[in-house]
Design a protein around this ligand. Structure first.
Ligand code: AMP
Length: 604
């Protein structure tokens, strides 16, 4: 008998999930489904992402809800738009053989009218991100008085992202007697508090050891000098030609910088972070899913909820600030029973963090050597030869050109031709790795290493000219700014004189600019709560993000709202469809600079 039937799941659902390749329940499903099916208990499940949580709570709902009724009976809250869509899609797939199941995905950054229309038509299962859900509740557009089950998925991450208050407000709209099922990858005090506040005597279960990562993941680290990090990273990528990876950085700036460098160096890479518009994010994700991108460079927050199959490598370009995030990152690979590698580039100072992570995941890391230049060349050459061997030849299309080709090559021997074809791609590697030094730190080097030299290249450049502070802004030439426009924009917004602005270094999606030290605070003040074409303008001291763990902590404006900026990027959850921040006090806190920039163009 099918083990899902034994657990009490009905035939129609078992047929649907069998088609998806679910042969036997995953550990969390095996443990949670029998408990949840009773419908009598609150529940706390400590489980990583990618362990089959969606089916663990989704399948029992099919047995517990009344699908002849068309009002909301289950509410699933999750932190990100991507996860929200993923859960809604998965539930629809599992339910495909049951009549009348209606699921709606409610998330920011998308047209609210469509979501409202779906709700009006009648739904039993609502999957939502907290910001947009609250928006809909405030519009009195949904009735939660018949909700029987609330699922808080990735509760730790929802709290990390500052959704605590929203969750409280949403839960207060649901009946007292509902059951709450909470899933979390970690159990910090805040999550524990939620469990205490909203649950009665919950059944608790942990899948695997607390915080233990997936057993199919190999954890490696490379010990290098901070200044060699990018070069080492490139060697690893070059010697892994079939890599399909997610590269984690700590800050949005670092993410953007690494992606730009990789693109410039000819790699199929792009960045995913909270400063991108929803449209840009969707485009990047589509390219990654289609495998047009080989490397996705992402911040922790932006990569949350991404469920892409067959990610071969997770690369910790920078280790996460919060060690527990390491398991979230590495969980992006080795999904659904596959294997994967999670590798970290660390300097000596960070070795203690590796030891700490080992304790948390309960598994040792293996120290790997950064390949030597000659090794990279060899791997690359073999991969090129492999490609030549396996390339599909379209005889019909190429035959007409063959006489001309043969004419050109007739004086060359077979060996010469082979060498030349291989060299076409290979030469650039030979050239690049010609004098490549050993990048590994050996035991004898450890004493002499000076890790305090900093992570990201030339500090002097980052510090700005004497008497000036170098600032970062998340707008650049893609926003159709010239240097003059930018100068005008800064002066108009902050009311400081153009004379106080130094060098302006306009990049693609961001800009570095210098400001006299004495005027820096005015710049921060001036850019507080400023939106540009619906995007929150963020200004911070260049390099701050990298040093202080930026994405959540750096000194920046919109300072307090930085994380909301990120959320925004991930789904515009904090904003209404008009692009205004609910918390900015409506019009008073909102300035639209789409026109102002044009005006400044004329003036400067
Ligand atoms: P989740 O943790 O729900 O995001 O699931 C992670 C991945 O595992 C998804 O691609 C699911 O389709 C897949 N999955 C979930 N349960 C099972 C199962 N019992 N057998 C095989 N694959 C599963």
């Amino acid at each position: 008998m099918n083990p899902f039937l034994e657990l009490g799941i009905r035939h129609e659902v078992v047929n649907a999930i069998s088609e998806l390749g679910f042969e036997k329940p995953s550990p969390i499903q095996e443990k949670a489904i029998p408990v949840l099916l009773t419908g009598n208990d609150d529940f706390v499940g400590l489980a990583q992402t990618g362990t089959g949580k969606t089916a663990a709570f989704g399948l029992p709902l099919f047995e517990l809800l009344d699908f002849s009724q068309k009002h909301p009976q289950a509410l699933i809250l999750c932190p990100t738009r991507e996860l929200c869509l993923q859960i809604a899609r998965d539930i629809e797939k599992y339910a495909k053989n049951i009549d009348n199941v209606q699921v709606v995905a409610v998330y920011g950054g998308a047209n609210i009218s469509d979501q409202l229309r779906q709700i009006r038509r009648g739904v039993q299962i609502v999957v939502a991100t907290p910001g947009r859900m609250l928006d809909i509740i405030n519009r009195k557009a949904i009735d939660f008085s018949n909700v029987k089950y609330v699922v808080l998925d990735e509760a730790d991450e929802m709290l990390n992202m500052g959704f605590q208050e929203d969750i409280n407000n949403i839960l207060s709209e649901t009946p007292e007697e509902k059951k709450t099922w909470l899933f979390s990858a970690t159990m910090p005090r805040e999550v524990r508090r939620i469990a205490q506040k909203y649950m009665t005597d919950p059944v608790e279960m942990t899948v695997g050891t607390k915080n233990t990562g997936n057993a199919n993941i190999e954890h490696n680290y490379y010990l290098i000098r901070a200044k060699d990090k990018y070069a080492a990273f490139k060697r690893i990528v070059d010697s892994t030609p079939d890599i399909f990876g997610i590269v984690f950085c700590r800050t949005k700036i670092e993410t953007q910088e690494i992606a730009e460098s990789l693109i410039k160096d000819g790699y199929n890479a792009d960045a995913l972070h909270g400063d991108l518009s929803q449209q840009q994010r969707d485009k990047v994700m589509k390219r990654y899913r289609d495998r047009s991108l080989q490397l996705l460079i992402a911040t922790d927050v932006a990569a949350r909820g991404i469920d892409v199959n067959d990610v071969t490598h997770v690369i910790n370009f920078s280790l996460p600030d919060e060690v527990e995030n390491y398991t979230h990152r590495s969980g992006r690979t080795a999904r659904a029973g596959k294997t994967g590698v999670s590798l970290s580039l660390v300097n000596i100072k960070e070795l203690s963090k590796i030891r700490h992570i080992e304790k948390i995941i309960g598994k040792p890391f293996e120290k790997k050597d950064v390949p030597q230049g000659s090794e990279v060349c060899e791997t690359k050459l073999l991969s090129i030869v492999n490609k030549i061997q396996n390339v599909e030849v379209n005889d019909k299309q190429i035959d007409p050109f063959l006489p001309a080709i043969l004419g050109h090559l007739q004086d060359l021997s077979k060996e010469d031709i082979i060498k030349r074809f291989a060299s076409l791609e290979f030469n650039k590697f030979l050239e690049y790795y010609k004098h490549a030094p050993d990048l590994n730190i050996n035991a004898k080097d450890i004493r002499g290493d000076r890790p305090e030299r900093g992570e990201r290249g030339d500090r002097r450049e980052r510090a700005g000219s004497k008497g000036y502070t170098r600032l970062f802004m998340n707008l650049g030439s893609v926003d159709e700014f010239s240097r003059g426009d930018m100068l005008g924009f800064i002066c108009n917004t902050t009311k400081i004189s153009g004379k106080s602005i130094g060098k302006i270094d306009l990049k693609g999606v961001f800009t570095f600019f210098e400001v006299e030290d004495a005027e820096v605070n005015k710049v921060f003040e001036g850019f507080k709560d400023v939106d540009f074409n619906g995007r929150q303008v963020r200004v911070e001291v260049s390099g701050d993000g990298g040093n202080r763990g930026g994405e959540r902590r750096g000194r920046s404006y919109g300072g307090d709202r930085r994380s909301s900026g990120d959320r925004n990027g991930r789904g515009g959850d904090r904003r209404t469809s008009g692009g205004r921040d609910r918390r900015s006090g409506g019009d008073s806190g909102f300035r639209d600079f789409s026109g102002k920039r044009q005006a400044s163009k004329a003036r400067y």
